[in-house]
Design a protein around this ligand. Structure first.
Ligand code: ZN
Length: 199
């Protein structure tokens, strides 16, 4: 992986969105710090940029820091949640791959998921409803949850995402902005760029 001053577009978009939205992410500073430490050997420039943008006082460079102490982040219930979500993501990825092969979608961001879930996994997905598009890297997720006191069942359908493509985050959204400073980008990106664009 190369990090000669540039970054992969996907990582760059996520990091710049997070940096632009710094005030909204204050509760996640510890996570961002840990992430920056872990990324430092692989993406030295990006990790250092992230380090500079995380709110709060810290050393001048990520490269003066050590790896995070893993034990401090160990959280068994949270790990269980993520294992369950990763299982669903595998199901989603298989469904996305099939549609990609059939040329219904190009990238996963060209997709909208229709998920029907029941059992405890249904309840879990519902509780993480707002995070699902980012978790599955798609533009939209429609979630219907049935009975939660039955065995787990998840059914996933994939369709082409409706709307227009945001030029910044590449999600398909109902509409993009038209003002000269932010033409072609979505409301969320305008939020992320608050203070940098005049919209
Ligand atoms: Zn956008």
């Amino acid at each position: 992986m190369s990090d000669s001053g540039g970054t992969t577009p996907a990582v760059d978009r996520r990091l710049s969105a997070a940096a632009g939205n710094a005030s909204r992410f204050r509760g996640r500073d510890e996570t961002s710090e840990g992430l920056a430490r872990l990324l430092a050997p692989i993406l030295p420039v990006t990790a250092d940029q992230l380090w500079q943008h995380i709110p709060g006082r810290r050393s001048g460079s990520i490269h003066l820091e050590e790896f995070p102490k893993v034990e401090a982040y160990s959280d068994a219930p949270l790990l269980k949640i993520w294992e369950a979500l990763r299982d669903v993501r595998e199901t989603v990825n298989a469904a996305l791959e099939e549609k990609r092969k059939n040329k219904v979608i190009g990238t996963s961001l060209g997709a909208r998921l229709i998920i029907n879930a029941s059992g405890p996994i249904g309840a879990l997905l519902k509780s993480r409803r707002d995070d699902l598009p980012m978790l599955f890297n798609v533009s939209d997720v429609s979630l219907t949850v049935g009975a939660t006191d039955v065995a787990d069942e998840v059914r996933v359908e994939v369709e082409k995402a409706p709307g227009v493509k945001c030029a910044r985050c590449w999600r398909f959204v109902p509409s993009v902005r038209t003002e000269p400073d932010c033409a072609g980008i979505c409301d969320r990106c305008v939020d992320a760029l608050a203070g940098l664009v005049n919209c």
